[in-house]
Design a protein around this ligand. Structure first.
Ligand code: PEP
Ligand code: MG
Length: 325
């Protein structure tokens, strides 16, 4: 099976009835470039830049970051690389020692909130991304957005950085695509308000599930309640896709749901256009996409949207998966 999967590396990720899905890869370290290339993924759908923090106490400076992003951009061009701005905090490393521990880190100082509170650091990262954007196809994406104000503030900083670099004569991609992660229920619910102001959505299902069903994603006592096919999660994904379609932008999924081939029929059926998965998951997800009929997935998802219990929705998507792979 392994050899067979590898031999499909260069095959299109298109369903049997001709719907093209972008299959890209998630990475945490620049050194994973080779895995991404070998997997045949079409670029990077999520680069978790908070892992730059592991090497040192602070985020590397603008030029050092820009070198790392440039390596990625060059290695994967012409495919896009979506760089997520720092998502420190929560269960991840803090960006700086906290003066006092947070009672609820997942509801606290993490993601875009940290960046907006530390504009100096945020702008260094944005300028680093912009500098690297001259060397390939980059996009930027903001994590843990909960409202439109955050998107506008983040975009204002990006605009300021563009003006600064232009003033210095530093080349960058003026059309740099800007997206937001949809991983907080409030963002999914107002996706129609956010969509006109961005170029794409990437659904972070790991956090979206946790916040929707109020189940800590790393607490095994409540793991049983952490359900990717909870009807509320399925509805939020559908609502997000609908808002994106109405605004003419695309929706991807970069959480763990994207790499679970039991759920590929559901993801495709809900209208997701991009799946970003770990490099090792790429071959299986490719095979799943190529085996499925999009129209059959849509019919199943439409039924799933009327189905009241998560195990039933799971059964429906697993049923289609079993039929074809
Ligand atoms: C997610 O929340 O689904 C996601 C992709 O981001 P992270 O896992 O890094 O929080
Ligand atoms: Mg997340």
């Amino acid at each position: 099976v392994r050899l067979d999967l590898e031999s499909q590396r260069d095959e299109d990720t298109t369903t049997t009835d001709g719907r093209a899905i972008t299959l890209s890869s998630n990475i945490e370290f620049i050194d994973e470039i080779a895995f991404v290339q070998n997997s045949g993924a079409k670029g990077v759908g999520l680069y978790r830049t908070e892992f730059l923090l592991l090497d040192g106490e602070e985020m590397p400076g603008e030029l050092e970051q820009s070198e790392a992003y440039t390596r990625l951009a060059k290695a994967l061009a012409p495919h896009p690389v979506i760089i997520r701005t720092l998502d420190a905090g929560g269960d991840k490393l803090p960006v700086e020692p906290l003066t006092e521990p947070e009672p609820n880190p997942f509801l606290g100082w993490r993601g875009i909130r940290v960046s907006l509170d530390r504009p100096g650091m945020f702008k260094e990262q944005l300028r680093a991304i912009l500098r690297a954007s001259a060397h390939g196809k980059l996009a930027v994406m903001f994590p843990l957005v909960s409202g439109l104000g955050e998107v506008r503030r983040a975009k204002n900083y990006l605009k300021e950085c563009m003006d600064e670099l232009a003033h210095q004569g530093v080349p960058f991609d003026e059309m740099l695509e800007t997206g937001v992660m949809i991983e907080v229920p409030s963002a999914a619910i107002i996706a129609d308000l956010i969509a006109p102001e961005v170029d794409f959505f990437s659904i972070g299902t790991n956090d979206l599930i946790q916040y929707t069903v109020a189940v800590d994603r790393v607490n095994h006592h409540v793991a049983e309640l952490y359900r990717p096919t909870h009807p509320a999660v399925v509805r939020l994904i559908k609502q997000t896709v609908n808002a994106a379609v109405n605004a003419g932008i695309w929706t991807g999924v970069c959480g763990e749901m994207a790499g679970d081939i039991r759920l590929t029929p559901l993801m495709l059926g809900l209208g997701v256009e991009e799946l970003s998965v770990g490099p090792h998951q790429v071959p299986r997800v490719r095979r799943a996409i190529r085996a499925l009929s999009h129209s059959e997935c849509v019919a199943m998802a439409d039924e799933a949207l009327k189905t009241p219990l998560s195990p039933e929705i799971m059964n429906a998507t697993v049923g289609l998966a079993r039929k074809y792979y």
